[in-house]
Write a protein that binds this ligand. Structure first.
Ligand code: GCB
Length: 599
């Protein structure tokens, strides 16, 4: 009984969460719906509302919107849209970087794509979206499947009963309008890339299939692997086989009436995942004629006083912050090649850790980081000043967090769930973010929980008086001494840090902007030398902190931001990258690399 309770505490994902997706979708049989989609720009949402501003899909017939995909049958018929002759763009991919007139666009765009199929009786079909920013209204063959909110987490619909033999069509209205009560809110420091930014798959599964599974090391006992399995649509008494062939572990697990089962393996032969040795085991889960394979690593991560322990050993997190953006495209990462480029740069920098800021990145990013030996800080876009007192905003943030954890719970590389970035210290925000911390802990106790906090400076001393610091596992904060403060760079080491909390200290951001190729012997803003000097002096300063256990300076590469309009130095680029938007390494890159190589 004790074991059972423990299993639940370790792994259970709260029941009844909306939009939970099929685990490990890329390994399932699927029809890719990536590629060229037709699009129509609809700033007035003409295809969604009638002239009285009533939504067509809420009318009695449900008809009238562009999702009907009408075609003119005789010359007198009036139809004011036409998907077939509309221009196309690539999916996955944001619209801003693909279509010039959409560069600054915020509003609605319709997407259309046809596919042919011969649906099989014994199969279940799910339409899966890796991410769509921000609100997606989704239709299949003219019928609404649903609406999804949140630009960075996956969602899917069971479409088994809606598919036809022959031609089918999918239509989406995607709206990236920023709103105060959403997550993120109106104010951020990144480009509001809209569109279907990640993969679209039609999953083809046996009717009864493995929908979800969890597997990981018992945080209290590293010779024990714990987990659960969820099979969809079955009656009680059936069994699932879970095996890890390389460890010669295999078990038949009896499922309960809801198709759920739990298991425990014991082995003294487990090789643990670490950046130096990113060992993954092939795991096979079989049920009837369904089989899922995954690559899973095993490790423990915990704090002990001011230390961080990976597999029981002290580790320093040599990190860098990364946005989900390819600077060479000035758009969201689209392919595995893009992802590899970013992570390869992090490796060249000597990193063992990446902060995937400020929202969930692609599942493929997390998987590749794990293969390459990079630990991960994963985050939700609770950023700056969102609507702390709005219960719907809280529910939305919580949902995004649940979806992220559900998606990446089996990734050994994920060490930290971050519940937000640079939020103000006040009561409603503490209630909101404290609630998110409790939520994470209820779902997963195999990782650390953190947030990028802010410090208080008084008489040259920086300290943390944020009650959230008492709830999380790290004293993790952003500081921009020498950039947003007037400190002279060679005086940075005079700054003192004093923390009352007995926790590891982690610098989630510091940095400075540099215009690539701008050189100056003086310490002048925007020169590569200023950025270089700031890194030299920041590192000197930070090294003095008692309990410093890692950092993720801001940021790997220049990224686009509407907050950065300076016509000479910025041109809508945030220039704090160590690598420029043409892929050149700035001088500061080498300062940080040398520091990491010496660690
Ligand atoms: C921050 C934010 C980050 C910004 C950065 C900057 O503190 O967390 O999103 O981009 O500063 O460049 O100002």
């Amino acid at each position: 009984m004790k074991v059972k309770l423990l299993l639940i505490a370790v792994f259970a994902i709260a029941a009844g969460e909306l939009f939970a997706t099929t685990q490990n979708p890329f390994s399932r049989e699927n029809i890719s719906l990536n590629g060229q989609w037709n699009y129509l720009i609809d700033p007035y949402e003409n295809g969604f509302y009638n002239y009285r501003r009533q939504a067509f899909d809420k009318s009695e017939s449900g008809k009238g919107g562009y999702y009907d995909n009408r075609q003119q049958n005789h010359p007198n018929e009036l139809i004011e849209y036409d998907f077939e002759h509309a221009p196309t763009m690539d999916v996955p991919g944001d619209w801003n970087s693909q279509v010039e007139e959409l560069n600054f666009y915020e509003g609605s765009v319709w997407y259309f794509r046809e596919f042919s199929l011969a649906p099989k009786e014994e199969r279940a079909y799910k339409l899966y979206f890796g991410a769509v920013n921000y609100v997606a209204d989704v239709y299949l063959n003219g019928k609404k499947l649903g609406q999804h909110k949140g630009g960075f987490t996956p969602f899917e619909y069971d479409v088994t009963d809606q598919l036809k033999a022959g031609k089918n069509f999918v239509v989406l209205k995607v709206d990236n309008t920023r709103k105060q009560d959403e997550v993120p809110t109106v104010n951020t420091d990144w480009w509001n890339y809209g569109g279907i930014t990640r993969d679209v798959l039609l999953l083809v599964l046996p009717k009864e299939h493995v929908e979800d599974y969890t597997m990981g090391l018992n945080p209290q006992n590293n010779t024990e692997i714990l987990g659960d399995v969820q099979v969809s649509g079955i009656s009680a008494g059936q069994s699932v086989k879970v095996s890890i062939p390389e460890l010669k572990l295999s078990q038949l697990i009896k499922l309960d009436g809801d198709g759920k089962g739990e298991y425990k393996f014991a082995s003294k032969k487990i090789k643990y995942w670490s950046p130096e040795s990113p060992k993954q085991y092939e795991v096979v889960i079989s049920y009837g004629n369904d089989q899922v394979k995954d690559q899973i690593g095993f490790r423990t991560i915990q704090t002990a006083g001011k230390d961080i322990l990976l597999n029981g050993k002290s580790i320093f997190l040599k990190g860098i912050s990364i946005h989900d953006e390819n600077p060479l495209l000035a758009g969201r990462l689209r392919s595995e090649g893009d992802i590899r480029m970013m992570l390869q740069w992090a490796k060249e920098l000597g990193c063992n850790f990446v902060r995937l800021a400020h929202y969930p990145h692609n599942e493929k990013m997390v998987r590749m980081a794990e293969q390459m030996g990079l630990m991960v800080w994963a985050e939700v876009p609770v950023y700056w000043t969102i609507s702390w007192e709005n219960v719907e905003t809280f529910a939305n943030a919580k949902q995004q967090l649940s979806d992220l954890i559900h998606r990446d719970k089996n990734r050994a590389a994920v060490m930290v769930w971050s519940v937000g970035n640079e939020t103000p210290v006040n009561e409603p925000r503490f209630k909101f973010m404290g609630g998110l911390v409790d939520h994470v802990r209820g779902l997963d106790n195999t990782r650390l929980v953190a947030a990028a906090l802010e410090l208080e400076t008084k008489d040259g001393v920086m300290s943390c008086h944020d009650p959230l610091a008492d709830k999380i596992d790290l004293i993790s904060f952003n500081e921009y001494a020498g950039w947003y403060t007037s400190h002279a760079l060679d005086k940075l080491s005079d700054i003192q840090f004093k923390f009352e909390q007995d926790k590891p200290v982690f610098i989630s951001e510091f940095g400075a902007g540099a215009q690539p190729g701008y050189h100056s012997e003086e310490r002048v803003r925007w020169s590569e030398e200023y950025q270089e000097d700031l890194y030299v002096n920041q590192l000197k300063m930070l090294e003095q902190i008692d309990g410093l256990r890692g950092m993720t300076p801001w940021i790997l590469a220049d990224f686009k931001s509407p907050r950065r309009p300076h016509p000479i130095y910025q041109n809508f680029w945030n220039r704090k990258g160590l690598i420029s938007n043409t892929g050149e390494k700035k001088k500061a890159f080498y300062v940080l690399r040398d520091y990491y190589l010496s660690k």
